[in-house]
Design a protein around this ligand. Structure first.
Ligand SMILES: NC(=O)c1ccc[n+]([C@@H]2O[C@H](COP(=O)([O-])OP(=O)(O)OC[C@H]3O[C@@H](n4cnc5c(N)ncnc54)[C@H](OP(=O)(O)O)[C@@H]3O)[C@@H](O)[C@H]2O)c1
Length: 286
């Protein structure tokens, strides 16, 4: 395990997500570019990734399989494997606290809409979004709520003490921006089409958990900004079965969305509130 560092640290949770990988690639490119152009002092960048996968492969970075390694251009990477049970998340955060520098960006990408996986205990088939009320299934709802609402909240809960530690505490000019991938369909006020009960409800629950966390952060962690982020329909495995009716030009690449997210996170300032934003940085009604 590496020693603690004074680097700027980005933490990416659910790092096998196509959007997450594009976010990491762009962070690396931006950092390398800044160094080449000598725009900033050569501060190291530390990228910490977490996933159920043992390693993360970044296609644009020449297919480098990222385990723990030094990347080029003063960028360091550590990867943690996690099954997203509460004890594993807490252990991960303990390990991260020992090596992390100044945590300035956290992105949580975990989310499911459909799944081929059978339920572990019942062998129920995988889930698909409900079209009508008779499709409601307890095990599907459990999976959706666990992955989409509970997992991000467990991370927020475990990371809060880390962000409060003197060594990692964000203060003064420095900020930490946390983006959690939500979805517009989680907006209660925007629900006109109906359907997709479990996905909608789990993202609405996620939004409420983020808003509630922001109320506490306004007292405890004033320099931490929380964003519930809607990426727009993006070409990833999650949206694959539902891409047929997406209007032309409205199916985004992960690279486009990651670039938008970087810009939003770079420019937004902590204001004591959570923001629910789309890929353009436009607010969505909760
Ligand atoms: N693509 C879209 O059109 C779209 C639209 C609106 C919102 N979003 C949201 O964007 C986020 C990123 O999704 P994506 O489009 O990049 O999809 P993706 O490439 O399919 O990524 C799936 C993500 O979900 C995690 N995941 C999958 N199964 C899980 C499980 N059982 N337990 C815990 N985590 C699990 C993966 O984490 P590991 O790295 O651990 O595997 C990965 O982070 C999701 O929250 C999604 O709801 C996507």
């Amino acid at each position: 395990m590496s020693e603690p560092t004074s680097a700027q640290t980005f933490i990416v949770i659910g790092a096998s997500s196509f959007i997450a990988k594009a976010f990491i690639e762009q962070a690396c490119h931006q950092h390398a570019g800044q160094q080449q152009q000598n725009l900033t002092v050569a501060e190291p960048l530390q990228i910490i990734t977490i996933s159920r996968q043992a390693s993360i492969k970044l296609p644009e970075l020449m297919g480098i399989e990222l385990t723990d390694c030094e990347l080029t251009g003063n960028i360091n990477h550590q990867h943690f494997n996690c099954d997203y049970q509460q004890a594993s998340i807490e252990q991960c955060v303990t390990d991260i606290a020992a090596i992390a520098g100044n945590v300035t960006r956290i992105v949580m990408c975990n989310g499911i809409l459909h799944s081929k996986n059978q339920h572990i205990s019942t062998n129920e088939p995988g889930l698909m979004p409900e079209k009508r009320i008779e499709d409601i299934d307890a095990h599907s709802l459990e999976q959706l709520f666990y992955t989409n609402s509970i997992v991000p909240m467990l991370w927020l809960s475990a990371l809060t003490p880390l962000l409060s530690q003197p060594r990692h505490k964000v203060s003064g000019e420095q900020k930490c921006v946390i983006s959690i991938l939500s979805a517009r369909v989680g907006s209660i006020s925007d629900n006109r089409l109906g359907g997709w009960y479990g996905y909608r409800a789990s993202k609405a629950a996620l939004n409420m958990l983020i808003k509630t966390t922001a109320v506490e952060y306004a007292r405890r962690l004033k320099r931490v900004k929380l964003i519930a982020f809607h990426p727009g329909t993006t070409d990833t495995p999650l949206s694959k079965p539902f891409q047929a009716n997406v209007p032309q030009g409205k199916l985004f690449t992960p690279a486009f969305v990651a670039n938008q997210l970087h810009q939003i996170m770079d420019s937004i300032e902590p204001d004591g509130e959570a923001s629910y934003l789309d890929w353009q940085g436009e607010p969505i009604n909760w």
